[in-house]
Design a protein around this ligand. Structure first.
Ligand code: ZN
Length: 146
């Protein structure tokens, strides 16, 4: 069962420069910054209520975000939907003929299980399914406890 918008992934060339808007102009706080080696990005997490914005700066131009920047420029790169059971959500997507980028979940930012669905199946928006550990109610402390 989809629970909420877990986060919105925004591709930027420079997190430092983007914080000039998202932190300083909008007034959002930066929870933390982490490097997700597997996705070849550095990501800054900015909570907004129980969701958050993830500013993603490529660490390698050959990664998905690096390629996205090259072809599409800066902007919204993916929408992440929080689910309770990512295996079930993936099975449902497969049953309905969606084109999966990840046939099985992998470990993403914060140790969550994630899987991507191809934008060709989702009307142009890259969709990320995210399953976090138990106790997901508040975004701090328990969020990354899995
Ligand atoms: Zn994401």
């Amino acid at each position: 069962m989809p629970r909420r918008i877990d986060h919105l992934g925004i591709a930027v060339r420079s997190i430092d420069q983007a914080l000039g808007f998202y932190r300083d102009t909008l007034g959002l706080a930066v929870d933390h910054v982490e490097t997700v080696a597997e996705q070849k990005v550095k990501a800054a997490m900015l909570p907004v209520g129980e969701s958050r914005l993830e500013l993603m700066e490529p660490t390698d131009p050959t990664g998905a975000v690096g390629k996205f920047l090259e072809t599409r420029g800066e902007g919204l790169q993916h929408v992440a939907i929080g689910v309770d059971d990512i295996e079930a959500a993936l099975a449902r997507a497969r049953e309905h003929g969606a084109r999966l980028i990840d046939e099985t979940p992998r470990v993403g930012a914060g140790g969550a299980l994630v899987a991507f669905i191809h934008p060709k199946s989702s009307f142009g928006v890259l969709i990320e399914l995210v399953q976090r550990g138990k106790g997901v109610e508040s975004e701090h402390g328990t969020l990354y406890s899995s």
